[in-house]
Design a binder for this molecule. Structure first.
Ligand code: SAH
Length: 222
């Protein structure tokens, strides 16, 4: 499948453009070198339609169809860095909201096994051919409602949600391992906070990190 895409890129999708994105992320406070190296390698331009590929390395969210967006590089990097800063490196990571698959692919380069749930079935063909083109074989995908998580293969060391519910979904909390970490945006379309939750021996420790803007987490599948 890889002949479908120019993985290295050219012009606005070239290595130089990727390096400039990484420099901007450094300037914005992203410090983890392993993460920055992966971001410099991962061809973000194959995760959007070709007509938009020249904008793939700008610090903006990009439309991917069905009123959904590929999140801006900074938030993808920030959430991934939070997982890399945990005292123990997560092994099994659940992602809710596969979308373009860019965040999934980044996670797959850094963690052992990624489970990803998406409610829009038509995203899944495109994303799985992107994963094969990149040689990623540690991703399991499911078409389903992320509010329910993925109970059959739970528990997870970490859960990352890339669309915002108004309240923290209870089912996701119960699928975290002890000491596991969940990162998710919580709020409505006017105001959202990125929240970090750690499962402790006596409950859940919750902390708001910063204001963010994500598309809403929606009920049901299409
Ligand atoms: N991580 C994605 C972000 C896509 S936007 C990327 O990097 O491209 C958010 C995604 O969450 C969309 O694909 C949307 O369809 C999906 N989503 C929204 N509600 C969902 C739900 N309840 N279950 C699973 N996926 C959901």
């Amino acid at each position: 499948m890889s002949e479908r895409w120019n993985l290295n890129g050219i012009g606005m999708t070239s290595q130089r453009t990727r390096d400039r994105m990484v420099q901007r992320l450094r300037d914005q406070g992203i410090k983890n070198e392993e993460l920055l190296t992966e971001l410099a390698c991962l061809p973000r331009h194959i995760f959007v339609d070709e007509a938009l590929s020249h904008r793939a390395y700008e610090d903006i969210a990009l439309p991917i169809g069905y009123q959904q967006t590929l999140s801006r590089p900074w938030i993808v990097a920030r959430m991934t860095e939070c997982l890399l800063e945990l005292p123990q490196r997560p092994v099994r990571v659940l992602e809710i909201g596969t979308g373009s698959g860019y965040q999934t692919a980044l996670l797959a380069r850094l963690f052992n096994t990624i489970f990803t749930v998406e409610r829009i079935a038509s995203f899944q063909n495109k994303t799985s051919s992107r994963f094969s083109a990149l040689g990623l074989n540690n991703i399991r995908m499911k078409h389903g409602d992320g509010f329910e998580g993925w109970p059959d293969v739970s528990p997870f060391d970490a859960i990352i949600v890339t669309a915002a519910p108004e309240f923290i979904p209870e089912a996701l909390l119960t699928q975290l391992k002890p000491s596991g970490c969940m990162l998710l945006p919580v709020g409505n379309c006017n105001q959202q906070e990125l929240v970090r939750i750690i499962r402790t021996s006596h409950g859940y420790q919750k902390e708001s990190l910063e204001s963010v803007r994500f598309v809403p987490l929606l009920d049901g599948v299409v």
